[in-house]
Design a binder for this molecule. Structure first.
Ligand code: HEM
Ligand code: HEM
Length: 319
C-alpha cells in the first residue's frame, strides 16, 4: 500500500471513529424513550406528597399506612445503595476526584444507607404501635397557636422526604464516570426534584405569612429555644440556597436545568470560575453545613420526644 493510500485509510478510520464517538455522545446525552426518567421523578414527588398527606390524615388507619410508606421510602434508599450502587463498582472506580474532599463520598453514602435502613425499621415499629390507636385527628388547614396545621405539615414532610432523597442521589450522580449511559438520567431526576423543592419552599414562605407559625414548644428550655429557632431559620436558608446554587453552578457549566421533559437552557455563558465557585457552594460548603444543622434538627426532635419524654413535641408536626 502506497503512502497516500495509507494516509487516506487513516483519515477514513479517524472519521469513522469520530462519528461513532459523536453518535455515542449523542446517545449518552439523549433522553430515554418516553421520558422514563421524568416519570421516575414524578413518581418520587407524588409518593412523597402522598406519604406526607397520609402521615397527617384524620383516620388512624391511613396514618399507619403513611408510616409504612415512609418506612418503604427509607428502606428503598438503603436497598438502592446495597443492592445496586455497590454492584456498579463506581465506589472503587469513581469519576476522578476534583478535590480531596471527594474521597469521603463512599463513606458518606455508606452512612446515609445505614441511617436509612435504621430509620426504615424504626418507622415500621412506629406503624405497628400506631395500628393500635383509634383516635381521629381533628386538624384544620391553618396553623394553630401551639401546633402546625395540615398545610404546613404536608409541606414539611413532602419537602423533608424529597430533600433527604436528593442528598445520596446527588452524591452518587457526581461519582458516575463521564460517558456512562444513564448518567444523564440521574441528573434529570436530581434537578427536576431540586426545582420542585425550591417551588415548595417558596409556597411555604407565602403560607407562613398567611397562617403564622406556632410559637416554639413551651416545654423547651431557653437554650433549646434559641437552638431550635436558629436551626429552623438555617434550614429555610438551606432549602433556598442549595437548589439555587445547583441551578447557578449548572448554568455556569453550560448545562441545561431539567424540569421533567422540559429543559431550561443556561441563562448565561460558560465560566470556569463561576462553575468552581458555585460548585464549591453546592457540592461542599452547603452540604457539609447541612449535615450539621439537619443532624442537630433531627437529633433535637428525637431527644425532645424520646429522652425528655415531651409527648406533645412530635405531635405538633405529625400525629
Ligand atoms: C426526618 C427527619 C425530620 C424530623 C424528625 C423533623 C421534625 C420536625 C419537627 C418535630 C418540627 C416541629 C418543631 C416544633 O415543634 O417547633 C420540625 C420543624 C421544621 N423542620 Fe423538620 N424534621 C425532619 C426533617 C426536616 C428536613 C429534611 C428539613 C429541611 C431541609 C426540615 C425543616 C424544618 C423546618 C424549616 C421546620 C420549622 C417549621 C416552621 O416553623 O415553619 N425538617 N421538624
Ligand atoms: C434541594 C435541592 C438539592 C439538594 C439537597 C442537592 C444536593 C446535592 C448534593 C448533596 C450533591 C452531591 C455533591 C457532591 O458531593 O459532589 C449534588 C450534586 C449535584 N447537584 Fe444538587 N441538590 C439540589 C438541587 C439541585 C438543583 C436544582 C440542581 C440544578 C438545577 C442541582 C444540580 C446538581 C448537579 C449538576 C450535581 C452534580 C455535580 C457533579 O457532577 O459533580 N442540584 N446535589
Amino acid at each position: 500500500m502506497g503512502v497516500l493510500q495509507r494516509v487516506l485509510l487513516a483519515l477514513v478510520s479517524l472519521a469513522i471513529c469520530q462519528s461513532a464517538a459523536a453518535v455515542e455522545a449523542l446517545q449518552i446525552s439523549e433522553r430515554q424513550p418516553g421520558n422514563s426518567e421524568s416519570w421516575v421523578a414524578l413518581s418520587i414527588v407524588l409518593a412523597s406528597g402522598l406519604t406526607a398527606w397520609f402521615l397527617n390524615h384524620n383516620a388512624p388507619r391511613v396514618r399507619v399506612f403513611g408510616s409504612i410508606l415512609a418506612a418503604f421510602g427509607c428502606l428503598s434508599i438503603a436497598a438502592w445503595f446495597l443492592l445496586y450502587v455497590l454492584g456498579t463498582g463506581f465506589l472503587e472506580n469513581p469519576k476522578p476526584n476534583q478535590t480531596p474532599l471527594d474521597s469521603a463520598k463512599p463513606v458518606l453514602l455508606w452512612i446515609q444507607a445505614i441511617i436509612s435502613l435504621l430509620a426504615g425499621v424504626a418507622l415500621l415499629s412506629v406503624a405497628f404501635k400506631q395500628s393500635k390507636a383509634t383516635d381521629n385527628l381533628a386538624l384544620g388547614a391553618a396553623n394553630e397557636a401551639d401546633r402546625y396545621g395540615r398545610v404546613s405539615r404536608v409541606l414539611h414532610w413532602t419537602t423533608a422526604l424529597l430533600f433527604l432523597a436528593l442528598i445520596p442521589m446527588g452524591i452518587f450522580a457526581s461519582i458516575i464516570p463521564e460517558g456512562t449511559a444513564y448518567r444523564l438520567e440521574y441528573y434529570v431526576v436530581h434537578k427536576t426534584i431540586g426545582v420542585i423543592v425550591l417551588a415548595l419552599v417558596v409556597f411555604r414562605l407565602f403560607w407562613n405569612r398567611k397562617s403564622p407559625r406556632p410559637a416554639l414548644d413551651a416545654s423547651l428550655s431557653a437554650r433549646e429555644r434559641k437552638l431550635a429557632h436558629a436551626a429552623h431559620i438555617s434550614l429555610y436558608a438551606m432549602m433556598i440556597l442549595i437548589p439555587v446554587s445547583g441551578f447557578v453552578m449548572t448554568s455556569f457549566h453550560g448545562a441545561p436545568t431539567f424540569f421533567f421533559a422540559w429543559e431550561l437552557e443556561p441563562l448565561w455563558g460558560f465560566s470556569k470560575t463561576g462553575t468552581i465557585v458555585w460548585g464549591m457552594m453546592h457540592k461542599y460548603l452547603l452540604p457539609y453545613l447541612l449535615y450539621i444543622v439537619l443532624g442537630a434538627h433531627i437529633l433535637g426532635a428525637l431527644k425532645h420526644q424520646l429522652i425528655d419524654k415531651h409527648k406533645s413535641a412530635f405531635k405538633r408536626m405529625v400525629s
